[in-house]
Ligand binder design. Structure first.
Ligand SMILES: Nc1ncnc2c1ncn2[C@@H]1O[C@H](COP(=O)(O)OP(=O)(O)OP(=O)(O)O)[C@@H](O)[C@H]1O
Ligand SMILES: [Mg+2]
Length: 249
């Protein structure tokens, strides 16, 4: 299905502090956009607005399906099928790793049969080197293991839009690349669009189509990693290339 999610003029403030102050961004079918920006710049707030967890102060999020004729038809994000990987994982403490990942398949509309659930979840666990975690609870697992359980849960329903909030933070380098490889592979296999919040600059650039830099409440740069090279302002260019403001504390 071809679709477009168009965000215009998104604003959100908390207690008088503007966090997002006019964010414009578009998500098209089958594209991955990295959202980068310093801590506290509003990356998670942006994902929560899209997911409908927070309400907008101003602006619009329009979701349309694009027909073969080019005609567009309004559609709800939930009709496209989306999942959200929370920054803090948001796993259920009283469920095992297996049960956490199986939950989206066993609840609600999907009603997948138990043997398919078992195979799908075990396959994900194998790919993520999580088989030993299968029957353990989140409280018994390391931070990196819980991160990968949350990642598996985000992909288990083969969603068409995935909002990943820092899927690789705290992972060792090998597992970080496993997660990036899986995002690439799953997109090739099933096709999805993603907004991927990440501090892994520039490693994350290898798997994204474009990069959106959020700062001062707005998207200050939107483009490909090649387009970063043509930025003339040195501090900004260095930041987008390395994740560091060279020469600044
Ligand atoms: N529910 C809330 N109530 C009050 N303030 C909030 C709430 N959620 C977010 N904020 C504020 O919004 C700002 C942006 O937070 P956000 O979590 O989006 O940052 P971030 O860019 O994701 O940072 P990080 O890289 O550290 O995850 C922060 O100042 C935060 O305190
Ligand atoms: Mg965040």
């Amino acid at each position: 299905m071809n679709f477009k999610i168009q965000m215009s003029g998104l604003k959100k403030q908390f207690g008088g502090n503007p966090v997002l102050d006019g964010v414009d961004l578009e998500i098209s079918s089958d594209t991955i956009t990295a959202i980068i920006g310093k801590s506290g710049s509003g990356k998670s707030v942006l994902l929560k607005l899209i997911a409908g967890i927070y309400s907008l102060d101003a602006g619009t999020i329009d979701c349309v399906r694009i027909l073969e004729s080019g005609e567009t038809v309004p559609i709800a994000l939930s009709d496209i099928g989306f999942s959200y990987m929370f920054q803090n994982n948001a796993l259920f403490d009283s469920l095992t790793a297996f049960e956490n990942v199986a939950l989206p398949l066993s609840e609600g509309k999907l009603k997948v049969d138990p043997s398919t659930i078992r195979n799908t979840v075990d396959d994900l666990f194998e790919q993520l080197d999580l088989s030993s975690a299968r029957n353990r609870f989140p409280g018994e697992l390391s931070g990196g293991m819980n991160k990968r359980v949350a990642f598996a849960r985000a992909l288990v329903t083969q969603p068409k839009v995935v909002l990943f909030d820092e899927p690789t933070t705290g992972l060792d380098p090998e597992r970080k690349f496993t997660v990036f490889d899986m995002i690439e592979r799953y997109r090739e296999q099933f096709g999805f669009s993603a907004l991927l919040v990440s501090h892994d600059i520039p490693d994350v650039y290898a798997i994204v189509d474009s990069i959106a830099w959020l700062d001062q409440g707005k998207i200050q740069f939107l483009g490909t990693s090649q387009e970063i090279d043509s930025i003339t302002e040195v501090a900004t260019k260095n930041y987008l290339k390395t994740g560091r403001f060279v020469g600044k504390s």
